[in-house]
Design a protein around this ligand. Sequence first.
Ligand code: SAH
Length: 466
Amino acid sequence: MPSLKKKLLNLDCPVEKNKEYIVTIIAMSSEGNGIAKINNFPIFIPNTAIGDIITTKIVKVLKNYAFGIVISIDTPSDFRIDNDCISYKQCGGCCYRHISYEAELNLKQQLVLDNFERIGKIDAKINNIVGSENISNYRNKAQFPVGIDDNGKVIAGFYAKRSHRIIPCCDCKLQPTIFNNILKTILELFNKYHISIYNEDKHTGGIRHIYLRQADFTNEIMLCFVSAKKTLKNSDEICKIISEKYPNIKSIVLNFNNTKGNVILGSECYTLYGKDTITDIMCGVQVQISPLSFYQVNKPQAERLYEKAIEYANLSKNDTLLDLYCGIGTIGLSAVSKVSQLIGVEIIEKAIENAKLNAKINNFDNTRFICDDCKGAVKQLKQEGINTDIIIVDPPRKGCDQEVIDTLIEFSPSKIVMISCNPSTAARDCSLLEQNGYKVIEYTPFDLFPRTAHVEVVCLLQKLNK
Ligand code: SAH
């Protein structure tokens, strides 16, 4: 029985759970769900498109909104195309496989604009979104959860939406086809050698995830077994068979993770075969990538994003470039020949080791990479008397910490280029900077993740009184 409080809360709610309604989809949410309204009450419905007239069944009612599912598409939207993936509705990876890419880009452009105008109250020029050349097989990284099916066979694939139930799948449209083939071979070998598989409920067993990464330029592949055990039974045989069958696999690593919870990778890596890293070329710079380092998953498109960031930075030979949240150093290193000095800051130690190595193998000696939290490092640089006129920031989804914003303001560079994978936190951070003497001059959305709800944005901010 619902409590009296719940009943009271939903008194004005125009929809009821399990009932069906005919609605028109009028907008899309930032998660890629269609939005319909009944008496102004929003209903979020996945796998729909703007303009669809559908019959929806309400599956969840909350105080201010509800969730529905599609029962029938009564009049389809003009934006619809045929979905080409059998796992689309179960998997949480893609949300736009049923609309044209052009419609998807328009939605993403509008989402970035809405965030900047509504959240950030930013009035600046927005450029047209830069779409991705490839909308299939563009991901260079995949992480497959591994489990056991009812017949005792090892399976891998993806988690069903909002659950930890593994849906076997060896045919993801976003990944290189070779990943799917490698995965099939690994599963055969795991079954053959009775490899111990992790049981999440009991916290027993070994293999938890299979993680693959491919360097786009060299085609080198890294295979990583994420395991709750530090050793892999029959490791030599398994590595030999896999590396002979797939000669592009240049590195096989065991990542040790025996923690409970959802974090995929642990902090310890043991190389079982080949090299510790794989090599790629990004913006003309040779880079070494470790399993633990962040690396852009759609590399050709990331290169275009970096080019835009560097164009915004408008660097000159006297500049010291500060690259905050630098990962393995890719953005800064691709611009290092244009400046007198590059300083990169990143919190993951392995990524900083990669960044230093990347500077060395490319013979860039005007670089310094600091492994620290950005807020601490920026303060330290300020104390050292380092002066920079240009700072590039590329924070994770949660955006810059307030202390980083404060130190940026204190550092007072004439230009800040902000790259972000989350337009809402980018809008918030740009707005904070606008309240402290900066102005967003222009910004450009970039689609690095076609068919998913993600969108990136790069913004140019200038100090007003300089
Ligand atoms: N600029 C890089 C990485 C961007 S992703 C590239 O394009 O490849 C964001 C990076 O910020 C990650 O490498 C993450 O490890 C790092 N990071 C997250 N929080 C941080 C913090 N507080 N201080 C420094 N680095 C941080």
